[in-house]
Design a binder for this molecule. Structure first.
Ligand code: FDA
Length: 540
């Protein structure tokens, strides 16, 4: 799927629809702020040849809306529902869906994989009426092994990308996250960290080109796009700029076989804290070919022991893995029998937790979960005494809580902190992801679980990055602040940018200002917004 630059025909079409849309939008806002009835969007879509959509009255609506909702907190009846779910089948459908949403004064929520931690691809603030543009039918992956590149539509999942890339050539791969049902659209827009990132960087670092649909419906590629916008869409977070229809990706070389392992170690608090403490010196400074993360759940067995797991991938044979890891991390006591050599594609199956290569393309997220997550970055190793305190605090948490530590260093540290909006590069040792999950049967205790997570996060303040306390935009956390938009579009005001800096500077540090510039260029009317989107500058 090689995307040609926009043709004259598409320019004219976009222009015509734009005029129609703006006229409609102006009429709607002049009349009253009340939501456009669903028939408005339905009439617009049908008159523009977009037939694949579902309205709340349709039996397909709820299954379709819920199909990729990963965090069940946002499936509850109290959460506002969209006026329609549109499933574009072509780029043209997508452009027209954007224009129809504008023409009918509906906020736009673009959904690729639906894995937003805060449900931002299918909810709005303050019950602002909205439409979901679901890209799940735009999931084509076209691999070119000759140039080691791929054009990927944004609705493709990571599993679909890995499947296509790995089957095309055993020694080609793509650097992105591990969960197979995460969507390329949201993941790449926010960075995209995974097991190859210490060697090759984030998903966003490997984007060569993109087809971008701007708020006025026009389509751009890298050659025709403003430089700030091409920079912003590669890590500046989803939902702020327009819609990325497709990405051109750089594929990366991997050996015929990689070494993989997932091992558990258990023992008393001091032993687990000792392994975590030592890991801080090892994980971020291993050779680039090594990935070693660790996860500690807040559970102890009846004998008081707790357990932690280590996930490893080495771009090389077992012998290399054994010699390097046993020298740098003898405390882990890795045995050769714990390691396997598999193709990179089989390693993707293992780390996605799916049963086979074929099931990488299964888009169903399986049993969803109720969850709240937060993130931090560590820039200096935490002392052994403090690590013991951290593990002890973790053990006060509910059964479904955990911390995951992901190692940076390697290529992550060599890529410049302003090359893309993702700024956590040199000097960032590792990220921490705090999680608490629960089942439907625990709903009445969920507020307490979330409060516990917040108190743990508060406890961690002195051990992590400061001024600002950094966070990863793909581990979205609305506790850091929200825009509080009241309208479908145009809600920016004099203080909006300053207000958004409270989370924007945590996600993007010094890059926040350039993101505001990019937003002001591409979307001054704030058509693409969400609870933590980048606002444009306000001009009277
Ligand atoms: P979703 O469709 O919900 O979109 C997320 C945001 O991007 C929304 O604001 C949406 O509007 C916007 N958006 C979506 N498509 C767009 C498009 N085409 N153009 C413009 N904006 C668009 N992260 C990581 O770095 N490494 C990892 O290993 C994992 N693992 C992981 C596992 C699980 C189970 C979950 C739930 C999440 C992760 N993540 C992760 C986090 C993940 O990268 C993050 O939630 C992504 O935003 C999800 O992208 P989706 O397209 O699935 O989400």
């Amino acid at each position: 799927m090689h995307q040609p630059p926009m043709t004259m025909h598409t320019v004219a079409l976009a222009h015509a629809l734009f005029l129609f849309a703006i006229a409609g939008a102006t009429r709607a806002s002049a009349q009253s702020p009340s939501p456009a009835p669903p028939s408005g969007i339905s009439f617009c879509l049908l008159s523009n040849g977009v037939t694949n959509f579902s309205l709340p009255t349709s039996p397909s609506y709820t299954p379709l809306l819920d199909s990729s909702i990963r965090n069940l907190r946002f499936e509850l009846p109290s959460v506002g529902k969209p006026a329609a779910v549109v499933l574009p089948s072509t780029k043209r459908d997508l452009q027209r869906a954007v224009l129809c949403a504008r023409a009918t004064s509906l906020a736009i929520r673009v959904r690729s994989g639906g894995h937003s931690y805060e449900g931002l691809s299918y909810t709005t603030e303050n019950h602002v009426p909205f439409v979901v543009i679901d890209l799940s039918n735009l999931n084509h992956v076209d691999v070119d092994t000759g140039t080691a590149t791929a054009w990927v539509e944004s609705g493709a999942t990571l599993g679909e990308v890995y499947h296509a890339v790995g089957l095309s050539n055993r020694t080609l791969a793509f650097s992105a996250g591990s969960c197979a049902t995460v969507g390329m659209g949201g993941h790449t827009a926010g960075g995209g960290f995974g097991l190859l990132s210490r060697k090759f960087g984030l998903a966003a670092d490997n984007v060569l080109d993109a087809v971008f649909i701007a708020p006025n419906g026009s389509s751009f590629t890298r050659d025709t796009m403003d430089d700030d916008v091409f920079w912003a869409i590669r890590g500046g977070g989803g939902g702020s700029w327009g819609v990325v229809y497709a990405w051109k990706l750089r594929l990366v070389p991997v050996p015929d076989n990689v070494t993989v392992f997932s091992v558990a170690r258990s023992g008393p608090v001091e032993l687990i804290a000792g392994l975590m403490h030592r890991w801080q010196y090892v994980g971020p400074s291993l050779p680039d070919e090594f990935y070693l993360s660790t996860l500690i759940p807040a559970r102890s067995s009846s004998d008081g022991n707790i357990s932690m797991s280590f996930t490893g991938q080495v771009l090389g044979p077992k012998q290399l893995a054994m010699s390097v890891l046993n020298q740098s991390f003898p405390e882990l006591g890795l045995a050769e029998s714990e390691l396997s050599e598999v193709s990179w594609l089989e390693s993707a199956v293992k780390f996605a937790g799916v049963s086979s290569v074929a099931s990488l393309t299964n888009r169903q997220p399986g049993v969803g979960e109720y969850a709240k997550r937060k993130s931090d970055y560590v820039q200096a190793p935490i002392s052994m005494q403090d690590t013991i305190r951290i593990v002890q605090y973790l053990l006060t948490g509910p059964a479904g809580s955990s911390i995951q530590l992901d190692p940076y260093g390697g290529a992550m540290a060599r890529i410049g902190s302003t090359d893309t909006p993702f700024p956590h590069r040199a000097g960032y040792l590792y990220s921490i992801q705090y999680a608490v999950t629960w089942n439907a049967s625990d709903m009445d205790r969920s507020d307490g679980y979330v409060e516990w997570l917040r108190s743990f996060y508060a406890f961690m303040a002195s051990y992590v990055s400061k001024n600002p306390r950094a966070a990863y935009v793909n581990y979205l956390d609305l506790d850091l602040g929200t825009n509080d938009w009241m309208n479908a579009t145009g809600g920016t005001s004099n203080g909006s940018v300053e207000h958004a800096a409270s989370w924007g500077e945590r996600y993007f540090l010094m890059n926040f200002d350039r993101l505001v510039q990019a937003k002001t260029k591409v979307d001054p009317g704030n058509v693409f917004n969400n609870a933590q989107s980048i606002p444009p500058l306000y001009f009277r």
